[in-house]
Design a protein. Structure first.
Length: 287
């Protein structure tokens, strides 16, 4: 499919990433369907988009009119069949668990039109393995946004073993249409480029606290004031979701080996459901 043939984009998953991607797609002028597994989740995602567009308008980054038009282009939907019926591209942003994603793709394959491209926003999982659940592995690739999608300019466009050049070119062009800077990742390996670098940084920061060498605030101040990153490692973990970072690490550990063993401090936060900003507390409190 050529970029000019793309009109409707379905985003699966209305969580942190899903609703942000839906917002970015609608701002670029696409008709967007936002889907999640129940009314509450999908409405919550829609409400966050409304809030975000309001903020952008308040700061005069977009006009009130553009905010209203953008919101009007987004339809929240629950049934998968209805959500994908008119989709030219599906961008999947459901939880970072292989089993869940595979179930979603099996269902998608049943209902999506033949022309539809499947693009996964996975942070680390094998694009090839996911694509093999479908009958269209050539029309399948990674399209990995960063949190928060509205602010982060990068999109990794990742080739699975079966992805066609046409699919990769179209998704790369789509990222550009969304005013993002795509970078092509040629090999489907855990964590791709960014998370292969960033998630071990978060893990190592956690090990420093775990072994008592420094506190969370002390580690974060070095990340910000020496390395010049916009956020400390723990602030970033809270922003991304500690569970998301943990799942990425766990998968990298399984596939790439012991260097990526998740620090127990991260695991304890996941067990306590203190996942960062989205739950109101993580390494810092947000209430
Ligand atoms: N929409 C609109 N406005 C929003 C918003 C949204 N979604 N989210 C926050 N804001 C608003 C806030 O309410 C706040 O508004 P007020 O000023 O009115 O209070 C304002 O934006 C904060 O924005 P600033 O520009 O002042 O904040 P900042 O300069 O600190 O930038 C940031 C924020 C862009 C997140 C910056 O800190 C940053 O770049 N951090 C690093 C993020 C990063 O690395 N992300 C990638 C993580 S890795 C990943 O995502 C991949 C993965 O697979 C795990």
């Amino acid at each position: 499919m050529d970029i000019d043939e793309i009109n409707t984009i379905t985003v699966l998953g209305a969580g942190n990433m899903g609703h942000g991607i839906a917002e970015v797609a609608a701002l670029a002028g696409y008709t967007v369907v936002l889907r999640d597994i129940n009314e509450e989740f999908v409405q919550n995602g829609y409400d966050q988009i409304e809030w975000s567009l309001g903020k952008l308008a308040e700061k005069e980054q977009i006009s009130e009119e553009k905010a209203d038009e953008t919101l009007d282009r987004i339809t929240p939907v629950v049934p998968v069949k209805e959500a994908v019926a008119g989709a030219d591209v599906v961008i999947e942003a459901v939880p970072e668990v292989m089993g869940i994603k595979k179930e979603v793709y099996a269902e998608l394959e049943e209902h999506a039109p033949e022309r539809t491209i499947f693009a996964t926003n996975t942070s680390s999982l094998s694009i090839t393995e996911l694509s093999e659940v479908t009958d269209r592995p050539a029309q399948f690739c990674g399209m990995h946004f960063f949190n928060p999608p509205i602010r982060m300019p990068l999109v990794e466009v990742i080739s699975g073993e079966h992805s066609s050049d046409e699919t990769l070119d179209t998704i790369e062009a789509l990222a550009s249409e969304m005013d993002k800077t795509p970078v092509r990742v040629h090999k489907d390996s855990p964590g791709f480029i960014v998370n292969r670098i960033l998630v071990p940084l978060m893990n190592e920061a956690a090990w420093i606290v775990e072994d008592g060498s420094a506190t969370v605030a002390e580690v974060d101040s070095t990340t910000k004031f020496d390395m010049g990153l916009p956020m400390g490692s723990f602030e970033l973990a809270d922003q991304v979701g500690i569970d998301v970072g943990y799942h990425v690490l766990d998968y990298m550990h399984d596939v790439l080996g012991d260097a990526y063993r998740p620090c127990p401090l991260l695991e304890s936060k996941v067990d306590a459901e203190e996942l960062g900003k989205k739950t109101g507390s993580g390494f810092y409190d947000y209430e």
